[in-house]
Ligand binder design. Structure first.
Ligand code: AMP
Length: 395
């Protein structure tokens, strides 16, 4: 599927509506990793160089149609202005702002408040999404989609809106799709996918779909305990999704039949509670005490994963191996990040969380072949799914 590119459309002096992914981690009102804002600059600067005015639509978190002050985009407008070195206007109103949007002069940028404060943005009801999209479409004459992290969502500002106006994909989406095409069209083998993060439910379909495509799968993070439980191990107070145990069991059987190398941790760093100061203890994966929870993969597991990664020519990694935010439980994630930097081939870090994790742990962006801004989006692309936000921008 070919997508229309910004370079092909080359808008000049146009009123542009730009969908970005500015969904950055914020703690106590402070942006802790501005990677996604920086990744959006290329397209914005290109539009400004073409004397366009720009209305930016973006989301933060999952407010579910409610105005939640901690999910306001106001701090993001400020940071975006600092990076662009221009004033970025901020509109706390999302609907009813056509006159302000159309009054923007060339070179002016206005960011609208979190689009997900509108329940219609994420509504399952297409007609509700279409009503919001029709309103947003009055804010400009051209739509540029560049919010890669949201292209797997059939949301009003990602899908329906794109279809109402002349459109194209921004430079970030084009760069992301380039990398993902290289990962899917005949990747150099062996090919490993390393998955972590908190929830199995987010990734079970991905793992299932990737089984036929990869040579190695390694699983860590909070989701690993549902796998260990599926193997009949005691997991103490660790994160678990019991209803998924039968599905995980089937998945492991399928992996075995397919001859996939499916790596699970053999040792675990546990603690009595979920806290930065909790005392870490190393135990074997089949000896997690009842009163402890697993917060990181252990060093032997991390080393096993790293050895497998080093033998691969293509590696895609999504999701931290442990609670990397706490120093004591960050070592597994650090070892895996280091292993990716040493791959003799293509090593891609996928996802906002994983990208923030590697930067927080002191790695530079250029130590990896590519750092994707979209976790869910890149995983769904690798699965071979059609992503609504890309379908809407295709030729
Ligand atoms: P996700 O959004 O699913 O990629 O999950 C990322 C989050 O998973 C990070 O904030 C980690 O702190 C968290 N995480 C990783 N390992 C664990 C674990 N063993 N227990 C609880 N949370 C975890």
């Amino acid at each position: 599927m070919g997508i229309k590119t910004l370079s092909q459309l080359d808008p000049q002096n146009a009123r542009v509506i730009l969908r970005c992914d500015l969904n950055v981690p914020i703690k106590d009102g402070v942006i802790t990793d501005d990677g996604r804002i920086r990744a959006s600059l290329a397209t914005i600067n290109k539009l400004l160089a073409g004397n366009c005015s720009i209305v930016i639509l973006a989301h933060l978190g999952r407010p579910k149609g409610e105005r939640k002050i901690e999910l306001s985009l106001a701090p993001i407008a400020k940071r975006l202005g600092e990076l662009l070195k221009i004033e970025v206007k901020f509109s706390s109103a999302i609907t009813g702002v056509a006159s302000q949007a159309r009054a923007l002069k060339s070179g002016e940028v206005m960011l609208l408040e979190n689009i997900r404060f509108e329940s219609a943005e994420t509504s399952k009801d297409e007609s509700e999404r279409s009503v919001l999209a029709a309103e947003l479409a009055t804010y400009g004459d051209i739509y540029i989609g560049d919010g890669f992290g949201a292209v797997h969502r059939k949301h009003a500002s990602v899908y329906e809106l794109a279809k109402l106006l002349p459109n194209a994909a921004g430079d970030l989406i084009c760069a992301e799709v380039d990398v993902l095409e290289r990962l899917t069209k005949n990747p150099d083998r062996p090919y490993a996918v390393v998955l972590g993060g908190a929830k199995v439910s987010d990734k079970i379909a991905v793992i299932s779909n990737l089984l036929e495509k990869v040579n190695v799968i390694a699983v860590g993070g909070g989701m690993v305990f549902t796998f260990l439980a599926a193997q009949g191990k005691q997991i103490g107070k660790s994160l678990v999704e019991p209803e998924l145990i039968p599905t995980v069991r089937e998945l492991l059987l399928r992996a075995e039949k397919l001859g996939i190398k499916f790596l699970l941790p053999i040792d675990i760093v546990v603690a009595p509670e979920f806290s930065a100061d909790a005392k870490p203890t190393l135990v074997l994966a089949d000896a997690i005490p009842a009163d402890q929870m697993g917060l990181d993969i252990g060093p032997a597991s991390a080393s096993n994963f790293a050895v497998a990664i080093a033998q691969c020519k293509t590696v895609f990694w999504n999701g931290p191996m442990g609670v990397f935010e706490f120093e004591n439980f960050s070592h597994g994630t650090k070892t895996i990040a280091k292993a990716l930097t040493q791959v003799d081939g293509m090593a891609v870090v996928g996802g906002g969380d994983s990208a923030a994790a590697v930067r927080k742990l002191g790695f530079a962006d250029n130590e990896f072949s590519y750092i994707s801004t979209g976790g869910g989006a890149s995983l769904e692309y690798l699965e071979g799914k059609d992503l609504p936000g890309l379908v809407a921008l295709s030729k």
